[in-house]
Design a protein around this ligand. Structure first.
Ligand SMILES: [Zn+2]
Length: 172
């Protein structure tokens, strides 16, 4: 992918199974963020593919980042840029990270969708589509050499899933 080419290239849609697995992330993003240090160095979890569909159609389709977005790249980017990706929960005032964001490059409006550990679900509308797209794409570009190494050494390994990661994180 060209890093800042925001035009979506292909019309491929994620499969039902891929969308289902991505939904598991939406439902458990809080615990996955909270345990980042436990799984961030494990390639098979870091490179779980997410199909976030961060697209916006204006006659042509713009996307914050093309699918799949790697779980580790997404979580790391959001944790490392709280100014761009942190929401304050209106119910309990805790900081919370989004599980997805979509928006329009024309108006610049972005909706950060989140689910807080207190149970509050919602989204916060912020301004600044491009800096968020650039931050995420930079993180993906930074992680790409690590992905290539992993793929080279594990050419026949199917990607792990969010369910695999949750099983790994379960207290013994
Ligand atoms: Zn809350």
């Amino acid at each position: 992918m060209k890093k800042y080419d925001f035009f979506k290239k292909d019309g491929l849609r994620p499969s039902a199974e891929q969308l289902l697995q991505t939904k598991v992330f939406y439902q458990h993003s809080g615990e996955i963020y909270a345990h980042f240090d436990q799984w961030k160095d494990i390639d098979r979890f870091y490179f779980i593919p997410l199909y976030l569909e961060m697209t916006y159609s204006l006659g042509w389709v713009a996307e914050i980042a093309p699918d799949p977005v790697w779980l580790g790249s997404f979580v790391r980017c959001n944790l490392e840029h709280p100014d761009l990706f942190q929401v304050q929960c209106p119910q309990c005032n805790q900081p919370v990270q989004p599980f997805r964001y979509v928006g329009s490059p024309l108006s610049g409006r972005v909706d950060l969708e989140y689910e807080c550990s207190c149970g509050k679900k919602g989204f916060e509308t912020v301004s600044g589509w491009q800096p968020r797209a650039i931050a995420l794409r930079d993180q993906i570009a930074t992680d790409t050499p690590r992905l290539r190494q992993y793929q080279k050494h594990h050419p026949d390994t199917a990607p792990a899933t969010i369910d695999d990661l949750r099983e790994y994180l379960k207290p013994q």
